[in-house]
Design a protein around this ligand. Structure first.
Ligand SMILES: Cc1cc2nc3c(=O)[nH]c(=O)nc-3n(C[C@H](O)[C@H](O)[C@H](O)COP(=O)(O)OP(=O)(O)OC[C@H]3O[C@@H](n4cnc5c(N)ncnc54)[C@H](O)[C@@H]3O)c2cc1C
Length: 333
């Protein structure tokens, strides 16, 4: 562990100011469930920690207005058990309650959840030159290519990186067209959640579209009737406390047995939370049948590129999407 300074601002403006004064090597920290891990693994060596956990204005959930508004410091467990979220947006509640463990969810914030880093074995186990990783050390290579790649992505990969985007909540948020509010030195801005995430391309170490010192303040989810007919379906090696091998967030607008509009996003299979537009198009305006659900699932993976040991994710992913569509449709009333 390397020495670092520690500061605890009490407002968002103070946090941004402290970050900017601290200069290179500064990092925000919230619940600490990702960043402290990465520091202990020697993958991250921040020189200044700006602990935002005491900023009360960034902690809260508002589901009463025109939109759902979750402040960045809301704990995963608080959002997962909010009664409006549970009743009207099961896709959100399930994406959170199927992530990590109860203890972690009590500690972890939703802002930190959006910015967690990949669980790729070569990224996490390779500090100090043991394995190459372009994401951890630009230009060093990729241990997963030609190595064990069972857990790697099949969508959105590049010749530099195939690491999976790990979070469950971001997948649900992409399906619901959520937005993220951020504050930085130049003021506040808002962006679609999809724009927060970069494809790896030739620069996989640049993971998020945030400027240095920009802080997430809130996540805003439009209210939609499709929320109720929704689900987050997560397939993993064991049924709890594991990251997704394949997951699907599905929200449907149905009229009788017909799908008016579908929103579908994928996790566990792509380098960023992945909108499955081709699957959505496959369903739109059609009467839902098991065959159509599977056809939509297959459409989601039409452009998938498998490695050596992860081709199974294509069929698994397609069936996960199909099952999620069926579950979501069964909730439509
Ligand atoms: C054993 C284990 C299992 C897990 N399983 C899952 C799982 O199945 N699914 C899943 O989705 N997640 C899983 N997680 C990840 C967990 O959800 C994240 O660690 C957690 O959500 C991160 O939140 P945090 O507040 O602790 O973030 P921190 O560790 O405090 O921060 C994480 C990152 O976000 C940055 N950051 C934090 N808050 C802000 C902000 N407001 N603005 C800008 N930057 C910020 C930090 O600088 C850091 O880079 C697991 C974690 C562990 C340890």
């Amino acid at each position: 562990m390397h020495a670092f300074s520690y500061a605890r601002p009490t407002s968002a403006a103070e946090a941004v100011e402290m970050f900017s004064r601290a200069g290179e090597g500064a990092r925000f920290i919230a619940g600490g469930t990702t960043l402290y891990d990465l520091m202990k693994l020697d993958i991250e060596q921040p020189r200044h920690l700006i602990d935002v956990a005491a900023i009360q204005q960034l902690d809260g959930i508002d589901t009463a207005g025109d939109v759902l508004r979750f402040q960045a410091l809301a704990r995963m467990s608080a959002v997962a058990t909010d009664e409006v979220v549970l009743r009207d947006y099961p896709v959100l509640a399930e994406s959170l309650s199927k992530a990590a463990s109860q203890q972690l969810r009590n500690m972890a914030t939703i802002g930190g959840n959006l910015l967690q880093r990949t669980r790729c074995l070569y990224f996490r186990n390779g500090a100090n030159g043991f394995y190459p990783c372009n994401r951890r050390e630009p230009g060093s290579g990729c241990g997963a290519m030609g190595g064990l790649d069972r857990g790697q992505a099949v969508l959105g990969t590049s010749g530099f990186c195939t690491a999976v985007s790990p979070g469950d909540l971001p997948v649900a948020l992409v399906a619901l067209d959520a937005r993220v509010d951020v504050i930085g030195r130049t003021g506040m801005r808002t962006m679609p959640i999809e724009d927060l995430y970069r494809l790896p391309g030739a620069t996989p170490h640049l993971e998020f579209n945030l400027a240095p010192g920009e802080m997430i303040t809130a996540i805003v989810v439009p209210k939609t009737a499709a929320g109720r007919a929704s689900t987050y379906h997560k397939i993993r090696d064991r049924e709890s406390y594991a990251f997704a091998l394949a997951s699907a967030a599905v929200a449907l607008e149905m009229r009788g047995g017909r799908v008016e509009r579908a929103r579908i996003a994928l996790g566990g299979v792509a380098t960023r939370p992945w909108r499955a537009a081709a699957a959505e198009a496959e369903l739109a305006g059609k009467t839902l049948t098991p065959e159509l659900a599977l056809k939509a699932g297959r459409a989601a993976f039409a452009e998938a590129v498998p490695g050596h040991h992860n081709a199974f994710k294509i069929e698994l992913g397609a069936r996960t999407v199909a099952d999620a569509i069926t579950i979501a449709a069964s909730r439509s009333i």
